[in-house]
Design a protein around this ligand. Structure first.
Ligand SMILES: [Zn+2]
Length: 232
């Protein structure tokens, strides 16, 4: 059975070879989503091992967090932008998984992300999830949870749909600005835990800030943040 699957995959790769998400070259070896050259060119931040890094500074004075890290820098017209574009709009979830495994391996070497109990991806609204068919953060967050040997939970938070009533929208904007608003579906079992909230790209931090505010009433809960990329 395994051989049959392998033969089918080999044939598929022969006729429809995978392309590098960074430079569009054909991937000859099993190296999806990036060729070796593009992997070496990824602008790593090194933040997993760095206190007071730029991702953490974004949240200073806004929400209380334990630690935060983004794995790569996001510049326009870069390998990172093409990788994130493939992940978000072309269904290339291998890109999220690839960064999740790599970042998870780095986190295991660091003292800053010890004793994480649970990884939670920033959710999409129901409407967006229906349209896209998947949450682009899911595979990144799931790979992290596997590497860190902890739980993966995506039903704890939900994201309110921006197409809701005008009254609701104006109230949202008054209370939270124009950033998305979230609802905590269950705070059972969270007291005393250390959770890791994962997103794809951090720019202003407003999305994650609103996410984390949902947990502020839970006693002894520690929250850390990770993202695939940080806008430079
Ligand atoms: Zn490449």
């Amino acid at each position: 059975m395994i051989n049959a699957v392998k033969i089918i995959n080999d044939l598929k790769n022969l006729f429809f070879p995978p392309y590098c998400a960074g430079c569009n070259s054909i991937l000859l070896y099993n190296s999806e989503p990036l060729c070796i050259k593009c992997r070496h060119q990824l602008p790593l931040t090194g933040f997993v091992h760095l206190n007071d890094n730029n991702t953490e500074k974004i949240f200073f004075g806004r929400v209380k967090i334990e630690n935060a890290a983004s794995f790569i820098w996001f510049h326009k017209k870069s390998i990172t932008q093409r990788l994130i574009h493939d992940l978000k709009y072309k269904g290339n979830q291998k890109a999220g998984r690839f960064i999740g495994r790599w970042m998870g391996a780095e986190m295991l070497k660091s003292d800053r992300f010890k004793e994480i109990d649970m990884v939670i991806p920033v959710p999409l609204s129901k409407r967006k999830l229906r349209n896209r068919g998947y949450n682009q953060v899911s595979e990144f967050a799931r790979a992290l949870s596997e590497m860190l040997s902890c739980e993966y939970k995506e039903d704890i938070l939900s994201r309110n749909d921006s197409s809701t009533s005008q009254t609701f929208k104006s109230r949202q904007i008054r209370n939270f600005g124009s950033a998305p608003v979230f609802t905590l579906n269950s705070d059972l079992y969270l007291s005393g835990k250390h959770i890791l909230v994962a997103d794809d790209v951090i720019t202003t931090g407003a999305t994650l800030e609103n996410c984390i505010k949902q947990f502020s009433h839970i006693p002894n809960l520690r929250v850390s943040i990770v993202s695939i990329a940080l806008t430079a």
